[in-house]
Design a binder for this molecule. Structure first.
Ligand SMILES: [Mg+2]
Ligand SMILES: [Zn+2]
Length: 281
């Protein structure tokens, strides 16, 4: 049986008790069910009757979203980080931790003992000390299940609106291996939203060259581009040094992103030296 099913629900309106769906409601969205037919995530949107402001998952009212769509933020491109920003960090994921531990066991190590001896909170980097990190990253990239990485329930809808409604060009840069990124984009069905996607094999953040190539691929200017990430030093500062903007954000708060771009609420402004791409042209 297909996991995608249309489910019609009774909804709760702002003040009234439970009321049934009527023809006045504008639309309903399909959402995924797991094998036990339980809804996955909370991404259900049922638009209330016209002229009634209805809060969506991101906390932005429908009216406010309409108003935002009329604001020209001057931003043409967005460069996302992957882990910690579009999906949870590796270190937050029980699923990825299990893959790491079984890899260590296969090599004769005892993950529990390594954790007990850890002085830095048992990070993957520390536990893998003495092993070949790229070999592990490639092993993990083949075996993990992107669907098991936690992410904001509206991520797909947000990426859709940024590209299709606002006409922004999107890039994703990760210091993870390309195979990991490819599998996330393919299996989460995000591929069509990104003009440019790049893993660590040919340069890593915070190298500014990595950001410069992304700007060129997006066909924007640094001063019209915003970097979005959970680790400013790697994800944002290099773009700000090139003359772009930044929004420090974790995947849990991704619902704020559209509003922050529209209202130009940036956490990082361009460096005083100005826009490198404008200066060159
Ligand atoms: Mg990150
Ligand atoms: Zn510029």
């Amino acid at each position: 049986m297909s996991s995608l099913q249309l489910v019609v629900l009774n909804i709760l309106r702002d003040s009234s008790p439970k009321m049934p769906l009527t023809e006045n409601h504008q639309s309903i969205e399909a959402f995924r069910l797991d094998r036990d037919n339980k809804p996955l995530g909370v991404g259900i949107q049922i638009r209330a009757p016209r002229r009634k402001s209805h809060r969506l998952d991101s906390g932005i009212s429908y009216k406010r979203r309409l108003r935002m769509s009329r604001i020209d933020s001057q931003i043409a491109g967005v460069i996302f980080d992957l882990n910690g920003t579009l999906v949870e960090r590796d270190s937050e994921s029980d699923h990825l931790r299990a893959i790491r531990d079984s890899w260590l066991i296969q090599r004769g190590a005892d993950p529990a003992e390594l954790r007990a001896r850890s002085t830095s909170g048992a990070t993957t980097k520390e536990l893998l000390h003495g092993y070949e990190p790229m070999e592990f990253s490639e092993h993990r990239a083949e075996r993990f299940d992107p669907g098991r990485l936690r992410r904001h329930p509206e991520t797909r809808a947000i990426l859709h609106r940024l590209t299709k409604n606002r006409g922004l060009a999107l890039a994703v840069l990760t210091n993870n291996v390309t195979r990991y990124l490819e599998r996330c984009l393919e299996e989460l069905h995000w591929e069509s939203f990104f003009t440019y996607a790049r893993g660590c094999e040919n340069g890593v953040k915070p190298d500014r060259q990595v950001f410069l190539e992304a700007i060129q691929a997006l066909g924007t200017c640094a001063c019209k581009t915003v970097a979005v990430g959970d680790r400013p030093e790697k994800d944002i500062v290099p773009l700000s040094e090139l003359g772009g903007f930044g929004i420090e954000l974790s995947w849990r708060d991704l619902g704020e992103l559209e509003e922050r771009i529209a209202e130009r609420r940036f956490s990082h402004a361009p460096a005083p030296s100005g826009c490198i791409t404008c200066a060159r042209s």
